[in-house]
Write a protein that binds this ligand. Sequence first.
Ligand SMILES: C[S@@+](CC[C@H](N)C(=O)[O-])C[C@H]1O[C@@H](n2cnc3c(N)ncnc32)[C@H](O)[C@@H]1O
Length: 213
Amino acid sequence: MIQYYAARAREYDRIYDKPERQSELQILRTFIEETFRNERVCEVACGTGYWTQYVAKTATSIWATDRTEATLEMARTRKLGAHVKFDCQDAFNLPLPPQPFTAGLAGFLWSHISKPDIQKFLSSFHSALKPGSIVVCMDNVFAEGSSTPISRTDSIGNTYQTRRLENGSKHEVMKNFPTESELLKAVEGISTDATVQCYKYYWTLTYRTSLSH
Ligand SMILES: C[S@@+](CC[C@H](N)C(=O)[O-])C[C@H]1O[C@@H](n2cnc3c(N)ncnc32)[C@H](O)[C@@H]1O
């Protein structure tokens, strides 16, 4: 994953140019800007900072983290302002912040997490947030004809795609497409007000972290 996203950093944002996805992306951008207005946001797996730039428009501050330096380098060139701090951090092992954040964003990471590791990820992610924080996780719905086909499924149900980068290199990448009930079940007992919105190309899972955790 790290090598793949490091190699893909320069071409990553082209995924947001697909013409058929523009109207849904606009809905998501507006949703992100409104949801994080006046919040102190912890973003995990920020990549090249595509979503960070929209959070930055309305949030009080953002700690935007990713495990890949190459994508963070590109994110920093966006110059989003003094209220945005980019930092190299593993979403599975976030340090406890001096002051917990009031909101969390995980964009397009869920699909790359092995199914049995989702709870470990959520536990680390939530540890950086105040009880009652608003959280948005979002990712892709599998869209026939637009998504890269699934090349195999492993014994625990994770699905994979074979992706080719512009330099010709081929990478097998885990890419899961959870159902609405899988998403809601994953946050059962650790959240309140959980809702899933499914579009043609994207899904969002929105909830508040439980008041006791
Ligand atoms: C599909 S990209 C999404 C980037 C960005 N959120 C976006 O939507 O444009 C996935 C990102 O997850 C990062 N990543 C993968 N595993 C991670 C981990 N354990 N901790 C933090 N970042 C991770 C990769 O480096 C990559 O930048």
